[in-house]
Design a protein around this ligand. Structure first.
Ligand code: NAD
Ligand code: UGA
Length: 449
């Protein structure tokens, strides 16, 4: 929304666009395209999400999204509907932003993409371009083209690289735009929709574009597994991982991004996309052992955090109360899909621990337990608390599993007497060890003393 961006926006033409799926990708995509001046219809079939949007509420937690959506709606450039078939009427471009979850064998489950393609097929305007923004394996553009089965429709791959929590900024100012198609004119037309971003553009074939997306996520996951493994080495040799990362980050070839050790990487994409790439490679006859190692190393990281908690409790979690701070897979999102925090909490519960959890995006009841029917399925078995103090109350250890900023600013002198044993395991290296130790806590981070 900078002046520079606005000047560019004025130059780009306005096009009728449909976006299918109002999730973590579809909603920012629709709002961004409407902000760029395109006329966008966003289709969402899930009633709760659609009702929220129609009443001006955001169905997901995402910084700045409410303003961007309100701007699009206010300008008359963004509206919502319940059906993909309805949304595509009159659209020159149709973005598929539907889920591609992990299938049973690790491959991407394309059933939502296929169903959406079937649903829109006969309703598309002649000459419309279908844009695949969902993360899909090589060959999917061709698959969508075949499902639609119309010679007048082109399918273009345009992978999305936004991160949850910074989706708006990432969409307005992407690092790059990747467009892949066998029809270069169709690719150029899709690229033009994003011209106001001024981002570097890579136009390639669909197979390469689809591969770029998996390569990016697999590289990021491998980088994180390396960092977490190095943190384990730091603990053994007495080095401080933060300074090691500073020393690495100043090397321009390495850079500072994605160098924070943590409880393991998770979320709705890195875990499923690394497994999908492993599957793609294996089907193609290549044993991608490096990537398999990165995935295995992430499993070990979860186990390492659990072992730290066990050690803090004298070697057994049986009957021990553990306070869990943070359940989302990272801060500034409400997304708990494949969250390391949730997985670690379940593992601790499996070892006999009583888990008292707090997360700013999860409703907890002050003073007493959340009624069973109000506990989300993935959190069953945990006691959900209304604030971090309640989650720590009577606990033998508190584990920081998500880097929510508010955990930094608590009254730790108030926390101390609430705990059975004042032990903090900071799996995000969020807190100042010296400050909490001064107050009387025992502190253990990741890769540092
Ligand atoms: P999501 O589950 O949050 O959203 C998908 C939405 O699509 C849901 O609300 C669902 O109800 C809706 N939907 C499904 N089929 C529909 C249909 N036929 N008509 C109308 N609505 C339909 O998923 P997401 O996180 O936005 O991910 C979507 C895709 O983008 C996935 O392939 C994912 O891998 C990829 N991706 C996600 C992210 C991310 O940060 N979440 C980033 C880049 C790429
Ligand atoms: C990731 C990619 O970063 C996006 O580029 C991509 O578009 C997206 O997946 C996708 O395909 O869905 P996202 O899942 O939102 O984005 O989250 P990340 O910021 O990548 O974090 C992933 C995991 O790594 C989280 O559990 C996070 O806590 C962890 N992480 C990240 C660290 O432990 N340390 C870091 O330094 C960075």
């Amino acid at each position: 929304m900078t002046t520079r961006a606005s000047a560019r926006e004025a130059r780009s033409a306005s096009h009728p666009v449909a976006v299918i799926g109002a999730g973590y990708v579809g909603l920012p995509t629709a709002a961004t395209l409407s902000h760029f001046g395109h006329r966008v219809v966003l289709a969402e079939r899930e009633e709760g999400r659609l009702a929220a949007l129609r009443s001006g509420r955001m169905p997901i937690v995402e910084v700045g999204l409410d303003d961007l959506v309100a701007g699009g709606v206010g300008a008359g450039n963004l509206r919502f509907c319940a059906s993909a078939a309805e949304a595509v009427v009159g659209a020159a471009f149709v973005f598929l932003c539907v889920p591609t979850p992990q299938g049973a064998d690790g491959s991407a489950d394309l059933s939502y993409v296929e169903a959406a393609a079937k649903e829109i097929g006969s309703h598309l305007e002649s000459g419309a371009i279908v844009v695949n923004k969902s993360t899909v394996p090589v060959g999917s553009a061709t698959m969508v083209e075949q499902v639609i089965g119309r010679p007048d429709i082109r399918v273009v791959s345009n992978p999305e690289f936004l991160r949850e929590g910074t989706a708006v900024a990432d969409s307005l100012h992407p690092d790059r735009i990747v467009v892949g198609a066998d029809d270069s004119q169709a690719a150029a037309r899709v690229a033009e929709l994003f011209s106001s971003t001024g981002a570097p553009l890579i136009v390639t074939d669909a197979t390469t574009s689809e591969t770029i997306k998996y390569a990016s996520n697999a590289f990021l996951a491998t980088k994180l597994s390396f960092v977490n493994a190095l943190a384990a080495v730091c603990e053994e040799v007495g080095a401080d991982v933060r300074d090691v990362m500073l020393g690495l980050g100043y090397d321009k070839r390495i850079g500072f991004e994605f160098l924070r050790p943590g409880p393991g990487w998770g979320g709705s994409c890195l875990p499923k996309d690394t497994r999908a790439l492993l599957h793609i490679a294996s089907e193609a006859g290549y044993d991608f052992s490096l990537l398999a190692g990165a995935i295995a190393s992430n499993e070990q990281q979860l186990a390492r955090v659990v072992a730290k908690v066990e050690a803090a409790c004298g070697g057994s979690l049986d009957g021990v109360t553990v306070g869990v701070w943070g359940l989302t897979f990272k801060a500034n999102t409400d997304d708990r899909r494949d969250s390391p925090g949730v997985q670690i909490a379940h593992r601790m519960r499996g070892l006999g621990a009583r888990v008292q959890a707090f997360d700013p995006t999860v409703a907890g009841h002050p003073g007493d337990e959340v009624p069973d029917e109000l506990v989300p399925d993935d959190l069953r078995g945990f006691t959900l608390r209304a604030d971090p103090y309640e989650a720590a109350s009577g606990a033998s250890v508190v584990v920081v599993l998500t880097e929510w900023d508010e955990f930094r600013w608590l009254d730790y002198s108030r926390l101390l007497p609430l705990m059975h044993q004042p032990f903090i395991i900071d799996a995000r290296n969020l807190l100042d060890p010296a400050a909490v130790r001064r107050l009387g806590f025992t502190y253990a981070g990741i890769g540092r003393q």
